[in-house]
Ligand binder design. Structure first.
Ligand code: AMP
Ligand code: TRP
Length: 332
């Protein structure tokens, strides 16, 4: 059976990169999901690695549940749950910590980027984060993990941990999970600099689109987005060295379910102001209703609790079955 699992850290309103690179992929996958278990986690334990304010984290976990629903994850077709409502995540993470060589973690590029010069003062949790992520995935014996490009290395580490566990304790116990990284939006770039990733941590608000931006803000951000003065070429290959141009084409392609080359063909010879106009319209059509839905769900915490409880019950059930076997294998 196919089992899909993914998650986003509840660190505030998500941006267009999170939506197109991750959540939209999950929603599209649900459409075709027969004989498939779908688990979408709000990874609040991961958010603890960069915790600023506990009340905010509690609020942001609800906000993420509201966002998942507003983006189209139907609780009829999938389970939505909070990571901290399933204690087995941390239990399994410890077992995995005891079989994961430090050398594997030392290779993680995201840790190096996030720790930067503060390597001596960042917390152990940030370093061990990929082990917790491996536990998130393997606890449910997930087969498919839809994520953005930046998470590929972490999913590969989960595969390595699975292999190590199988060799050490129980042959063929874990399937090796597949990263699912497809479509034109696996790496959405900053609107201000086409060579850096759209990210929550960028100081400029104009570098990213938020799911709750209003109509004027969306229009302003796209109008101000960096481009070059050339017209749009006939294909992506002809715009190889134009990262900002490629990024806007990729965003429009992802939002309209088209291939980037088809978007190039449709706008060939036109200036970017023409493409930007079309992009603003599509963003208005897609994001404005989502922003409204997020607000609507945030007024109904009772319903959000209901969805999260149902998700946690299923997740705990599955996790419990697997943990019994895992503990037996390691001798505890
Ligand atoms: P995070 O906010 O780091 O928890 O990321 C949540 C999901 O969004 C992960 O699957 C990331 O790979 C994905 N993601 C984050 N930023 C981007 C981006 N700029 N482009 C595409 N996907 C992204
Ligand atoms: N580390 C992921 C990120 O920063 C979030 C995440 C945590 C995740 N656990 C996961 C993604 C399990 C997929 C599967 O984006």
């Amino acid at each position: 059976m196919k089992r899909v699992l993914s998650g986003v850290r509840p660190t505030g309103i998500i941006h267009l990169g999170n939506y197109l690179g991750a959540i939209k992929q999950w929603v599209d996958g649900l459409e075709a999901s027969k004989n498939q278990d779908n688990l979408f986690c709000i990874v609040d334990l991961h958010a603890l690695t960069t915790l600023e304010d506990s009340e905010n984290l509690r609020h942001n976990s609800y906000l993420m549940a509201a966002t998942y629903l507003a983006c189209g994850l139907s609780p009829e077709k999938c389970f939505i749950f909070r990571q901290s409502d399933v204690p087995a995540h941390t239990e399994l993470a410890w077992i995995f910590s005891c079989i994961t060589p430090m050398g594997w973690l030392n290779r993680m590029t995201q840790f190096k980027e996030k720790a930067g010069k503060n390597i001596e003062s960042v917390c152990l949790g940030l370093y061990a984060y990929p082990v917790l992520m491996a536990a998130d995935i393997l606890l449910y014996k997930a087969t498919h993990v839809p994520v953005g490009e930046d998470q590929k290395q972490h999913v590969e580490l989960a595969r390595d941990v699975a292999g190590m566990f199988n060799r050490r304790f129980a042959k063929d116990f874990f399937h090796l999970p597949e990263p699912v990284i497809t479509g034109p939006a696996t790496r959405i770039m900053s609107l201000r600099d086409g060579t850096s990733k759209m990210s929550k941590s960028d100081v400029s608000d104009y570098s990213r689109i938020h799911l709750t931006d209003d109509a004027d803000t969306l229009a302003r951000k796209i109008k101000k987005a960096k481009t070059d003065t050339d017209v749009i070429a006939a294909s992506m290959a002809l715009m190889e060295n134009r990262p900002e141009a490629r990024n806007l084409v990729n965003i429009l392609a992802a939002l309209t379910h088209k291939k980037p080359d088809a978007v190039c063909k449709a706008f060939e010879g036109k200036t970017f102001s023409v493409l930007k106009k079309a992009l603003i319209e599509v963003l208005h059509e897609t994001l404005l209703p989502m922003g409204e839905k997020i607000k609507h769900y945030m007024h109904d915490l009772f319903y959000l609790d209901h969805v999260l409880e149902k998700g946690a019950a299923h997740a705990n059930d599955l996790a419990g079955q697997h943990m019994t076997q895992i503990k037996k294998s390691v001798g505890i």
